[in-house]
Design a protein around this ligand. Structure first.
Ligand code: HEC
Length: 138
């Protein structure tokens, strides 16, 4: 082995390790680019948002998750809005507050329900779909 061979093999070794490192970097950037959370990878396909019914869906979910704060009987000091009747809910669709309540970041003051467990992703999607339909009394 003369000096030139040693130098060449050193340079080659460097090149190999360099290309190995850049291969690692590109691999990790590929995986980080394709990384998605569970929901992006598996969209809620069985969440039916077609023709959501006020009577069969919206009213029951409000009764379940919102009535302890938003029914007439619970508006103890009159500070709460009521969501007991269609007209009351409809008013909150028209002034966009229901949409705000459904899309506000969880934990923020506008996010509803204000306390207790949040609505499921699918229930939120269905409420938003119903709002998009114009909030019909169906
Ligand atoms: C723990 C009590 C509580 C629960 C449960 C709750 N809210 Fe509220 N909500 C409030 C309070 C307090 C306010 C602010 C005062 C008001 O306007 O009634 C509010 C306000 C609102 C408003 C009006 C927007 C605003 O900021 O004034 C909408 C629309 C609303 N809530 C929808 C809902 C819906 C839909 C649910 C059920 C998914 C729900 N809320 C559950 C306490 C609650």
């Amino acid at each position: 082995m003369n000096l030139t061979t040693i130098l060449v093999s050193k340079v080659k070794g460097r090149l190999y390790s360099l290309s190995f490192i850049s291969l690692l970097i590109s691999m990790s950037s590929i995986t980080s680019c394709t990384y998605k959370n569970e929901q992006d990878l598996y969209p809620i396909n069985d969440c039916n948002t077609v023709n959501v019914s006020y009577k069969n869906f919206i009213a029951p979910i409000i009764l379940d998750s919102c009535s302890n704060c938003h029914y007439d009987a619970t508006m103890a000091n009159g500070n709460y809005i009521s969501l007991e009747t269609y007209d009351e809910v409809s008013a909150q669709v028209k002034n966009l507050q229901l949409e705000v309540a459904m899309t506000a970041p969880p934990g923020s003051i506008s996010a509803m329900p204000r306390s207790g467990g949040p609505l499921s992703q699918c229930n939120v999607q269905r409420i938003l779909a119903w709002i998009k339909d114009g909030g019909p009394n169906n």
